[in-house]
Write a protein that binds this ligand. Structure first.
Ligand code: FAD
Length: 261
């Protein structure tokens, strides 16, 4: 497979960087082609602004979605954005690796999604009508590709359990896994979490490295999260409501959107 790792940590000697190197080595040993987008090392521009749309008339009000569509379809996206889109199109699997910062991804990675996911590329894809609200949630440009988060967290595993004060980790990651990865069509694998990073020593690092190698070996075969697809009958369109009676007993909130059959 072609594997892209989008990596967001500012320190080359960090735990994250060491784990990234473990992942890259395992993937290459297994015969995969690997590219890494190291966002801090690349000096990635983290915010969307007028500079992203050099062809926009300076007198025109900036409407990001419209400018994004204009630049995408007009072929005037900036070179850095275009290069990341090309890597996504090249990849069969994409790994997003980052430390959990304020219960989400670092701003530089959020900005990567905001800039790389142009209108027409990652959203606004396909027919939009009263009966079909675009190719999204399981369909779209990334359909057929796999995606997976590799996340380190200072907190303990128990701190992210079903009754934990932080909230369950699957809920915290739902906006990324479902809203950002499944939305443009990715099959999303369960995230790989490395907890309790503060007390990490060399012995524990070896345990974590072995766990990560195992996930990398199974990247092509692990079952994705069974997110429901938008256009295959589970939802009323255009209301975007899950049809009554499809949920498993007790399911509410995010859990409604994962098939249990
Ligand atoms: P590092 O700081 O680089 O390393 C962690 C430990 O691993 C160090 O002790 C290091 O010596 C050791 N280590 C062992 N082996 C190696 C090796 N081979 N290479 C490098 N280091 C090694 N945590 C939460 O749980 N929830 C949050 O919401 C959250 N928000 C945060 C917000 C901010 C702004 C910050 C700065 C931290 C936050 N944290 C949070 C903690 C954060 O998730 C962890 O600090 C981070 O995941 C640790 O990863 P790192 O790569 O930065 O580790």
């Amino acid at each position: 497979m072609n594997v892209l790792i989008v990596f967001a940590h500012p320190e080359p000697q960090s735990l994250n960087a060491a784990l990234r190197d473990v992942a890259v080595a395992q993937l290459r040993a297994d015969g995969h082609e690997v590219q890494v987008s190291d966002l801090y090392a690349q000096g990635w521009k983290a915010v969307v602004d007028r500079d992203d749309f050099p062809k926009l008339d300076p007198r025109e009000r900036l409407t990001v979605a419209a400018a994004s569509a204009g630049a995408y379809f007009g072929g005037t996206l900036t070179a850095d954005v275009k290069a990341e889109q090309d890597k996504l199109l090249w990849a069969d699997a994409v790994i997003f690796q980052f430390p959990l910062w304020w219960f989400s991804m670092p701003a530089i990675l959020k900005g990567w999604f905001e800039r790389v996911y142009a209108l027409g590329f990652a959203y606004g894809v396909g027919e939009h009508s009263e009966t079909r609200w675009g190719d999204r949630y399981g369909e779209g440009t990334m359909a057929g590709k796999r995606a997976m988060l590799v996340v380190t967290a200072g907190g303990w595993p128990e701190h992210y359990g079903p009754r934990a004060i932080n909230g369950p980790i699957d809920d915290l990651l739902f906006p990324i896994n479902h809203g950002t990865l499944h939305y443009p069509g990715f099959d999303v694998l369960p995230a790989h979490l490395v907890y309790s990073t503060t007390g990490m020593d060399a012995a524990r690092f070896e345990v974590e490295a072995a766990r990560l190698r195992a996930r990398m070996r199974n990247l092509a075969t692990d079952a994705p999260i069974a997110y429901r697809k938008q256009n295959f009958g589970d939802y009323r369109i255009p209301e975007m409501q899950l049809r009554e009676g499809l949920e498993a007993p007790g399911d509410v909130g995010f859990a409604l959107h994962i098939r249990k059959d």
